[in-house]
Design a protein around this ligand. Structure first.
Ligand code: GZL
Length: 312
């Protein structure tokens, strides 16, 4: 970024109101809705004016929103990119306009020169932790796994699939027999799980479900129950996000494990922007948030209460 950009951004910081455009994917999951809530809270706390755009999970809406933010001359842009490809042109336009862009919770395949920083978890690690948990849980017994993938072409769907496969790589007893996108939503998670159950002898041939997010797992749990099976026992359930509802399922014994993803990506993002506005400090290209495994042994009811306060 040109140094003159830093100076003009310093001027922006000096102004009473910094304006940030936020292109949010949508509200496809409880986690996504919490991220939006927390981002608005963090902006208000900092006296930042947030121009919010909900893309309804459509990339063309996000690109249009970014172009609108650029035309408005916002001081910075936050974007959670619904898919990983197709961002070069609009990111180049933002760079031309000397507007720093920060990625939230998903990555793009564009050059890192085209964004100031990215805030998110190690998505491959999350999938690996889920796979390693299953390896330990089945302890060598044969296990046919069905997988609910996130949004096709999104970095979490790509990376969480790769990570899970790494996690089970050494266990010949575990096999992914069906894998399909549920687009990160409860409704599609239920629908796809119904198809998996029907295709797998009413579910009798399924040992475990790996879902790329808790919302799809919660929908799948409903389908498992409607098929007359006991989720968490007949079919093990492991997923990612650690939303409050998965802790309810853990407490009821209907889910077995989740990997936490914090909904507060905006705090680190705004902190990096503040330092950049103040004196041109360049942040690391990737600001990693923590991932933690929770199981039925980790006080699910207490974690439900604690996670309810994180923006949900
Ligand atoms: C992952 C994030 C995912 C969440 C889902 O970083 O992009 O998007 O895991 C959400 O709940 O839809």
């Amino acid at each position: 970024m040109a140094s003159v950009g830093a100076l003009s951004l310093c001027a922006a910081a000096a102004s009473a109101q910094t304006t940030v455009g936020f292109s949010q994917i949508g509200s496809e999951s409880g986690w996504r809705a919490a991220e939006t809530t927390v981002t608005m809270q963090e902006a208000e706390t900092r006296g930042i004016t947030l121009q919010f755009s909900d893309a309804q999970q459509r990339q063309e809406n996000q690109i249009a929103a970014l172009r609108s933010f650029i035309a408005q001359g916002v001081d910075a842009i936050l974007v959670s990119p619904v898919v990983a490809t197709g961002w070069d042109s609009v990111l180049e336009e933002a760079a031309e306009a000397e507007i720093p862009v920060v990625l939230l919770d998903r990555m793009v395949d564009s050059s890192p020169d085209l964004y100031l920083t990215a805030v998110g978890s190690d998505l491959v690690h999350e999938g690996r932790v889920a796979g390693e948990w299953l390896v330990e849980a089945v302890a060598g017994e044969p296990c046919r796994v069905v997988e609910l993938q996130g949004t096709t072409g999104s970095s979490p769907a790509i990376d969480r699939k790769a990570g899970f496969e790494e996690g089970i790589a050494g266990a010949d007893n575990i096999e992914i027999v069906r894998s399909q996108t549920g687009d990160f939503t409860r409704a599609q998670g239920k629908t796809v799980m119904e198809a998996f159950l029907q295709a797998e002898n009413g579910g009798a041939d399924i040992c475990a479900l790996y879902a790329h997010n808790d919302d799809m797992a919660v929908g799948a749990i409903q389908a498992i129950k409607e098929a007359g099976l006991v989720p968490g026992e007949d079919i093990l359930v492991v997923s990612i996000d650690a939303v409050p509802d998965i802790f309810q399922a853990l407490a009821a014994g209907e889910a077995n494990a989740t990997v936490e993803l914090t909904p507060n990506m905006a705090g680190p993002a705004f902190d990096a922007l503040a330092a950049y506005f103040a004196d041109g400090t360049m942040p690391e290209k990737f600001i990693q948030t923590e991932s933690r495994l929770f199981t039925q042994a980790d006080d699910p009811q207490g974690e439900y209460d604690r996670h309810k306060d994180l923006g949900y």
